[in-house]
Design a protein around this ligand. Sequence first.
Ligand code: SAM
Length: 435
Amino acid sequence: MSDSLLFPPDSVKGMTKLDKSKFEKVIRAPFVSVQNSHLEDISTLLKPYFLLLDNFKCVVEESDRPQSKAIILNPDLIKKFDDIPENVRNALQQINVTDLNYKQISLKFENYKRGDIFKAVLPFDGTRVTGHSIIGHIIQLNLREHLLPFKHLIGEIFLATSKSDIKRIVNKSQIIDSEFRFFEMETLAERPEAKDLGTIVELSEHENKFKFDFAKVYWNPRLSTEHKRIVSKIKRFDVLYDMFAGVGPFAIPVAKKKSCQVLANDLNPECYRWLLENIKLNKCGDNIKAYNMDGRDFVQSVVKNHFIEQCKTLLAKQEYSQIPTFHVTMNLPAIAIEFLDAFEELVDEDEVGDLPKNLLLPKIHLYCFLQDLENAEAIVVKMIEDALKCKLNEIEEIKEVRSVAPNKLMFRTSFSLPENVFFAARNVNKRQKIV
Ligand SMILES: C[S@@+](CC[C@H](N)C(=O)[O-])C[C@H]1O[C@@H](n2cnc3c(N)ncnc32)[C@H](O)[C@@H]1O
């Protein structure tokens, strides 16, 4: 129950199917009639008291006074003329407005805020339905347990209060595909056009276009800032090996940078298919190649061969000022760390001749989840060092990327692979083991 006149009628509480007609009600709202010549000044003063509703104009023509406009005020805030602050009242009196008028306003479903609609219909006090993501024409909800009995009503309300380009509302189930990381989802409400679109979405992230089947691949709009961060670290002439590329949110923008080379891989055949599509869609040209392999195999064959080729080209040119940085993105936070062993002694040091080895060391951007919030940075470093069986000496950044769940954070560590991990040395046993 709410005391606000602008809140939906109490009778909608407990509604199980959306019936917009039940939201209709008539309120009595105050207004002042102001001549057009004074409208701008008075509007500025009265703005905090405007009747602000969705799909509603609070400054309107008056049929009987063509030179004036009616400014409709919020009846929760202003009931009588004296409720207007003194300085504003004085300004009104100077233009001969000395009292309020009143008019009947018919409110309908479209006038209410989405949050107020949920509070009004759901049988819990103060319930908020939060946490939704927009993925192309789909809104994805992540409803908590107690809201599940009302999921279809919530879906219908989301759809009815969304812009027309939203065609489908889905709820993310707790079941995540353990290998390819996409969530099962259930459609709660849809517009008729949604049938033709299915779950294939088209969207932009930082001016890059992406198209994919959201029901079959991983996509998380909450990683958009992180994608941008990584892309900004990669400079012209650099190389990116994207081990768990998804549909390309790191790989595509890097490939669009001039003179970068990108090798992007994902084990999910659907990701691979859409990665190829997105390469075309973004006109990436020959800068990028896509692979559909296990990440470990990708490193030990494709990455290894490409790296050695690059070194040969540099050696042939004897032009060491153009040594690229070799970046590796490893965004499979639950288990990426287990793939670090793929780099162990990947390249024989003879392959790189007299190229400066320290400049060739791949820069790894590795993601992981952490439960323990205290000493998080030290814990992350220890996990990586344990996996590599070697101390890290060049850590560029340890970044808290986002909170995934209560007490569960996603971290990224950007570090250079230690030389004695990456290169197979002529003299074995060179590796400095952790004691
Ligand atoms: C968390 S998603 C990240 C996708 C993308 N990089 C992004 O930032 O949105 C992890 C991806 O790893 C892929 N994947 C899972 N296991 C893999 C493996 N063994 N080798 C290669 N890719 C794998 C999944 O299909 C999924 O697309």
